[in-house]
Design a protein around this ligand. Structure first.
Ligand code: NAP
Length: 508
């Protein structure tokens, strides 16, 4: 590396929930030699990126926040995106992370230097040398644009839900909303209040459950503030309630039947029209895709100016009929139905299973992480990858949940990384590389846990599974509690101990 190189113990990539959580725990342990690099101009990850109308969290806020930084002030049961973003910014400020942050600083390449046993990290704002590397770039950061033929020939405006274009007024516009996932169902009711016409392109019908959102009263927030015990009791209660849903995901009876029936009853009670109800009835098992929570999605779909198109958006018509240069405004569904639209909103999800950062990280023998993961993401303890010493991936392979809070999983992984760092400090080694066998054995356990669950047997496609192999590579296919149990102990026996050149101890 040419020029000045900043040396740190830990380099964290990404300042979303995972990177901030890791940073807080390092700072609280007075391990001050760390930086958090963030390619954007602000912290917040998904809560910075997603600014679409109606963005909020479908996990209750008192659970979807750090256990070590409870917030008595949440304004409602399910906070809006901007409130969660503000919470994260407050965490950064009050936990002393500002000095550790490098904003507008994108990772260009990270390379393991075996001779020095350090990561050499080239960024858009200078070079770093780090003993340990924590990848905290999340799984919902790269918008996925589906194959829609001639999309670039669309004569109106289009954007992805995570790149909201607030400069374009939607009042009186004809809008196509593509997708019916967690983002789309939050967007539709808000768009419906402005647009003159909306077409929802549905590829698969989601299962929807009532959300039961409400504001917290002044008395409640005052009580939370006065007695922190009430906040942690509420958190425990919310966690236990969510955790009970794992039975349905494991296809246990009657859990799954009751859950399915609850959702279908909600549909029946909300949509009297039989034809529409049929179109909105999923053709796969409940829980296979993420279950959605909404109090206003079905109502919005039944408004006079909203149309449900029960097939995907396939293509934009050839623009030549409309003057060519200006493109076409005719959006054509797989059914052949055609809609004249001004704006297209693609709420089509994210590249989660194949993160592009893996193409920028080289481990031992210069192996690319993307090559190591060519058959899908894999890690030991959902965190460490063979051939990539002293590297930890948060919220990556097999660390997502379909039924409980992602923050609990992140905190579990942060605990695991801290144990690894503590062990490394006393081990006499300079680096730890998880063995190939430890990764294989962990992945065998994942396959076994997953095989009878609704995610594998439920008859759907989802981003929880790798699209090429069908293996569950994103999700932890069991309870959140079992994940914490599994990661509670850091077992050095799973790791090869590496030494800097010239530091290798004499064989005894
Ligand atoms: P998503 O769940 O991946 O949904 C994408 C949607 O786009 C799906 O309905 C998909 O259909 C559809 N789609 C893709 N290509 C299409 C096409 N050509 N025509 C029609 N539909 C098409 O993405 P998301 O809604 O952005 O949510 C992603 C994740 O973010 C969620 O699973 C959740 O973890 C998180 N999220 C959370 C919250 C929250 O409140 N906590 C809110 C928003 C998002 P198929 O189902 O057929 O693939």
């Amino acid at each position: 590396m040419a020029g000045q190189v900043t040396a740190v113990d830990v380099l964290i990539v990404g300042a979303g929930f995972a990177g901030i959580g890791m940073g807080i725990q390092l700072a609280r342990r007075a391990r001050e030699s760390f930086v958090i690099i963030e390619q954007a101009a602000d912290v917040g990850g998904t809560w910075r990126d997603n600014q679409y109308p109606g963005v909020s969290c479908d996990i209750p806020s008192h659970l979807y926040s750090f256990s070590f930084r409870p917030n008595p002030d949440w304004s409602r049961v399910f906070a809006e995106g901007r409130e969660i973003h503000a919470y994260l910014r407050t965490c950064v400020k009050e936990e002393g992370l500002t000095a550790h942050l490098r904003l507008n600083c994108a990772l260009v390449q990270a390379e393991w230097d075996g001779a020095d046993a350090r990561w050499l990290v080239r960024t858009t704002r200078g070079d770093f040398s780090a003993a340990s590397l924590v990848i905290a770039t999340g799984r919902l950061s790269e918008p996925r644009i589906p194959l829609i033929k001639n999309l670039d020939g669309f004569g109106g405006r289009w954007w992805h839900s995570a790149r909201w274009n607030a400069r374009v007024s939607l009042v009186g516009r004809r809008i196509g909303l593509v997708g019916t996932g967690a983002s789309a169902i939050q967007i539709l009711p808000r768009l419906a209040a402005e647009a003159s016409e909306i077409v929802v392109f549905q590829r698969s019908a989601p299962y929807v459950l009532p959300r039961g959102d409400r504001e917290y009263s002044r008395e409640e927030t005052a009580r939370f503030a006065a007695d922190p015990g009430t906040v942690s009791a509420l958190r425990d209660e919310l966690f236990a309630e969510a955790e009970r849903n794992i039975g349905a995901r494991q296809r246990r009876h009657p859990d799954i039947d009751l859950l399915r029936q609850r959702s279908l009853d909600h549909l029946s009670a909300s949509v009297p029209d039989e034809r529409l109800r049929r179109l909105l009835t999923p053709d796969y098992e409940i829980g296979c895709k993420r279950i959605l929570f909404s109090d206003d999605y079905y109502a919005a779909l039944q408004l006079g100016h909203v149309t449900l198109e029960p097939t995907p958006l396939a293509r934009i018509a050839d623009g030549s009929g409309y003057g060519g240069v200006q493109g076409s405004r005719e959006a054509i569904a797989a059914s052949g139905n055609s809609y004249h639209l001004d704006v297209l909103v693609l709420a089509t999800g994210f590249n989660s299973t194949r993160p592009s950062i893996a193409g920028h990280i080289r481990g031992r023998r210069a192996r690319l992480l993307a090559d190591e993961w060519s058959n899908g993401m894999a890690a030991h303890a959902s965190t460490t990858v063979h051939g990539f010493p002293n590297m930890y991936v948060l919220d990556g392979p097999n660390a997502a949940l379909g039924h409980n809070s992602a923050i609990y999983m992140i905190e579990t992984q942060v605990g695991y990384v801290l144990s690894a760092l503590d062990y490394l400090a006393v081990s006499g080694a300079d680096a730890l590389d998880v063995t190939a066998e430890a990764v294989r054995s962990y992945m065998r356990d994942i396959d076994t846990m997953a095989q009878d669950t609704v995610w594998v047997q439920g008859g759907c496609t989802s981003w929880y599974r790798d699209e090429r192999t069908g293996r569950v590579t994103l999700l932890w296919p069991d309870s959140a509690t079992s994940f914490r149990d599994r990661l509670a102990t850091f077992a050095p026996v799973s790791y090869e101990h590496l030494h800097r050149r010239g530091q290798r101890p004499e064989p005894r």
